[in-house]
Design a protein around this ligand. Structure first.
Ligand code: ATP
Length: 221
């Protein structure tokens, strides 16, 4: 089991759900690494209120991974004074790990296809590999720029990914779970239970803190 490969998955995790958790665990097992890091971002500027703070989203990630040694929460983006930019996070990993350790960033298909909108996105593959996971509802329809990235960087050789520090894109099909945080927020707002889409500990936290306009469940609906 490799301890010298860094694997992480960023997101808003608003809230974290079983689609995130199962993805992270299956990738951890496939890569044979000790742990996958889950890293909530700061509250994105484009999100509307009511906003769950970075601290609340981090709390939920911590609750979700509390009993799973293979998954760990990272607070660095939430506690940072700066806005969250993946390229800056990767640079901070590189300062800690040096230039030789492979770093793998897990992205769902939707996030991968949106890369051209990310800050300094062309630098990302100089800092890490990208593991792209298929997500129900998202078809691989790359724009011209992303097609070029896939053509130049895609590999299906896991050994290359585990030996080189950065620079490859590898696609991986996992247990398909069509869960999204949007769906969970909508269920709660609608007075319906999101139970079994996310860990019970996270659902309890949402109820206790009355997040996502939680009032009370409308069991009759
Ligand atoms: P929202 O519905 O609020 O947009 P989300 O469910 O997509 O949220 P994010 O926190 O935005 O969750 O996602 C973080 C990362 O997890 C992204 O790379 C995203 O593609 C991936 N991801 C989210 N849900 C799934 C899922 N069900 N299966 C695989 N990957 C997922």
């Amino acid at each position: 089991m490799s301890e010298s490969v860094k694997v992480f998955m960023g997101g808003t995790f608003d809230p974290i759900h079983n689609g995130h958790l199962r993805t992270a665990l299956e990738i951890q097992q496939w890569l044979g690494v000790k742990q996958v890091t889950l890293m909530p971002s700061k509250t994105p500027v484009h999100r509307k209120s009511p906003e769950r703070s970075g601290q609340q989203r981090l709390d939920m990630v911590r609750l979700a991974v509390a009993d799973e040694q293979a998954l760990v929460a990272d607070e660095r983006e939430v506690i940072s004074a700066d806005d969250s930019y993946t390229v800056l996070t990767l640079e901070s990993f590189r300062r800690e790990l040096g230039l030789q350790i492979p770093i793998c960033m897990i992205l769902g298909m939707d996030a991968y296809l949106s890369l051209p909108q990310w800050d300094r996105w062309l630098e990302l593959l100089t800092l890490c590999h990208i593991v792209v996971v298929k997500r129900p509802g998202w078809i691989y329809e790359p724009c011209e720029q992303m097609q070029r990235i896939s053509d130049e960087h895609e590999t299906d050789d896991l050994d290359i990914v585990l030996q080189k520090p950065a620079g490859h894109v590898i696609f991986r099909e996992l247990t398909p779970l069509g869960i999204s945080a949007t769906q969970i927020r909508e269920l709660i707002r609608d007075g319906r239970s999101p139970r079994y889409l996310l860990p019970d500990a996270v659902w309890d936290y949402i109820k206790q803190n009355r997040l996502y306009n939680f009032e009370q469940l409308n069991e009759g609906k």
